[in-house]
Ligand binder design. Structure first.
Ligand SMILES: [Zn+2]
Length: 463
């Protein structure tokens, strides 16, 4: 498996730290509002990464957090806590906001066919561990207090702070407006925030520094370490996390362990919508429900997502989704052509599942080249629709596509009665009895079975 590593800025060969086991950490959703399609995109790629690694024979262990506290509206430890903001908006507690959107996220994740993480951990379920971790940072001299605000990490104490993002610290400091009064360095960040004295927060805990809540970055360092150990193989997330969130996760973890946190940092690019940044004011925020409400299968969204490379910027439009849906429909028609197996001359059975498997694995192992993997399926579909692929070969292909691309292309076989109807229609066509032929075609169409006439006879598909 070769992957683009943000840490080295090159495509590197994965050599897991523990033999055949690959440990992956993924930054999860902040559960304060309805997720939109842009939020889900990255998780489709990380699901694909797990499937690709399994195709290579690796045992994968993946952790994902659920941010249900501490994520402020600004990246620089300013602004409202997103959870408390959601609570004010909806007139319920932050705890209820979390439960509501966790349930929605779980449902949508399952509907997308995403493989569940081995460890799915809420930030609020590891508060004592986060406090213990912060205490260790404090005892090693990395923290300082900003009165009335919180405990901050002194980034000048790490010689390689900002390496992931190639941060130009001096340049940043020169052009910066100081966001939090009392920060020693422009890049310093909150590890523990104090509760305000005048407002009662829904979520707050006692700590050695006073009542408050953890800084957003802390949960990822802690949950990764608690579930996967001091060092992991791959850390994934969106490119927007590189300069602050991931940079600060690295700082905290490496300040404690003194060892590289993750071998690989793998980042997905953004999704635009209707050609621009996804934003409420532009009216281009779409959800998975919007997609389903328009009659699309969510598998079509997955085909749309995997149709571009994870490192390329995407653009969601309804036309692009329609194209993906048509592509999927064509694959499904193609995979349903096994009815023709008996009538195909063996010489035309010119592909087999084994070749496809090798080519699919090679594409995925090449920095997760999903566009190429999808083109491979297109090629098979071309041949199958021309009646040139044996049915059992297609079964094998459909199995690989389902297992390693997470896209279900196989369809349930038709009934014996329907098969008989197709055979009767074949005879009618041979006798040029077009009236009967059309009548039988209509009868099948009413049952959701479409027909495509080829030189080898009729292929059926579910319409
Ligand atoms: Zn994170």
């Amino acid at each position: 498996m070769k992957l683009y590593n943000t840490l080295t800025r090159s495509i590197d060969e994965l050599k897991p730290l523990r033999g055949n086991n690959v440990k992956i950490y993924t930054c999860g959703l902040t559960v304060y509002s309805q997720p939109h399609i842009g939020n889900w995109l990255g998780y489709i790629y990380w699901d694909e990464l797990v499937r690709a690694l399994r195709a290579e024979g690796y045992a994968v262990e993946r952790t994902q957090n659920i941010t249900d506290v501490g994520h402020l509206t600004s990246d620089d430890d300013n602004g409202e806590d997103k959870m408390e903001k959601g609570a004010h908006r909806e007139g319920i507690t932050a705890w209820d906001v979390a439960s509501k959107y966790i349930a929605i996220a779980e449902k949508e994740s399952a509907a997308l066919g995403l493989l569940p993480a081995d460890h799915l951990v809420r930030a609020t379920d590891m508060i004592p561990q986060q406090i213990a971790f912060a205490q260790e940072l404090d005892s090693k001299g990395f923290l300082y207090e900003i009165s009335g605000d919180g405990m901050y990490f002194d980034t000048a104490k790490l010689h390689d702070y900002g390496e992931l993002a190639r941060l130009d610290i001096e340049g940043l400091a020169a052009g910066a407006r100081v966001s939090v009064e009392g920060k020693r360095n422009i890049t310093d960040f909150a590890v523990w925030k104090f509760s305000p004295t005048d407002v009662k927060r829904d979520m707050e805990w006692d700590s050695p520094w006073g009542k408050g809540f953890p800084g957003w970055h802390l949960e990822c360092s802690v949950i990764a370490r608690e579930t996967l150990g001091d060092q992991i193989d791959i850390h994934t997330g969106g490119i927007d996390h590189i300069p602050v969130h991931h940079t600060n996760e690295i700082a905290q973890t490496e300040a404690i362990t003194g060892k590289p946190f993750s071998q690989f940092w793998v980042h997905n690019n953004h999704l635009k919508s209707d050609g621009t940044k996804i934003s409420k004011s532009l009216g281009n925020v779409y959800t998975l429900k919007d997609i389903q409400d328009r009659g699309y299968d969510l598998a079509a969204f997955r085909v749309f997502a995997l149709g571009k490379h994870y490192r390329t910027e995407g653009n969601f439009t309804w036309e692009n989704l329609e194209a993906a849906a048509n592509r999927l429909q064509r694959w499904r028609e193609a995979m349903a052509t096994r009815w023709q197996e008996q009538v195909l001359p063996t010489a035309e059975q010119d592909i087999n599942g084994h070749d496809f498997e090798e080519e699919l694995y090679a594409a995925l192992a090449d920095d997760l080249n999903t566009p190429k993997a999808l083109q491979l399926i297109d090629g098979i579909a071309d041949k199958a629709l021309a009646g040139a692929v044996c049915g059992s070969c297609l079964d094998t292909v459909a199995e690989f596509v389902s297992k390693y691309l997470g896209i279900v292309t196989s369809v349930a076989d038709i009934t014996n009665d329907q098969k008989k109807t197709i055979a009767t229609r074949e005879t009618a066509r041979a006798n040029k009895d077009w009236a009967t032929s059309d009548q039988l075609r209509d009868k099948l169409a009413e049952q959701g079975i479409g027909l495509r006439d080829t030189p080898h006879g009729s292929l059926w598909y579910r319409s």
